[in-house]
Design a protein around this ligand. Sequence first.
Ligand code: SAH
Length: 237
Amino acid sequence: MTHLIERIHLGLKELGVAHTQQQTEQLFRYLDMMLGVNQYMNLTAIRDPETAIDLHLLDSATLLTVVPPHKGDRIMDVGTGGGLPGMVLAILRPDCHVTLCDATRKKVEFLNGVIETLGLTNAVAIQGRAEEIALSDDHRDGYDYVTARAVAALNLLCEYCLPLTRPGGVFVAMKGKRGLEELNEAKNAYRTLCASVPQLIRSPLSGTECCIIKAKKARPTPKGYPRSGGAMRKRPL
Ligand code: SAH
């Protein structure tokens, strides 16, 4: 157990992510809950704690060095699943407010349990589909920083995430090795949903081919977007 906490600490240090002993322990407790619950609820395919530290916790933490949120940012993690990257952001950035959204109720219940157990006061998990949440005034064009990892192809993901991003805010997609191809296929989606030309940044995590794709939202979401999930999939932007 102590060697796992040490691995988290050293990994964050190598990335240059500021953290306290308490935050390192919170990350460990979160991982422990995730891997425990994973025995009966499918949250992650990774069962080995060392690999989960690298590919879940540290991979999520790369956001904090590549596109650091500003103090006070309202962050939204779309399709957070077991809480990635959003729970890691909530633990490491208590100065930001993080909303974790997922379509699956059981996952959201797990996440609210983690938030309560860890005593996080800057995070909440909500159940719903991003494209439906974005239709409500409480959320539409409402977040400074919208992120997602392993949820959908980038052109679809744009339509999930950009309507939730406020004008002047950023949409930050975490992608794998097909990132550049996906970016090229999503150019029209970025344009249609009023974002700047996206920028691809390689992940600083050694041994991965992941990337982070960042775009700034320029204007409010045009009427008619996001479309229903069915319409999006039938006629992707
Ligand atoms: N981001 C996590 C989970 C990825 S799995 C990680 O990196 O590990 C994808 C998750 O997205 C699933 O939990 C699924 O329920 C959720 N999801 C897919 N489409 C969604 C949508 N339109 N709105 C909200 N959640 C969605």
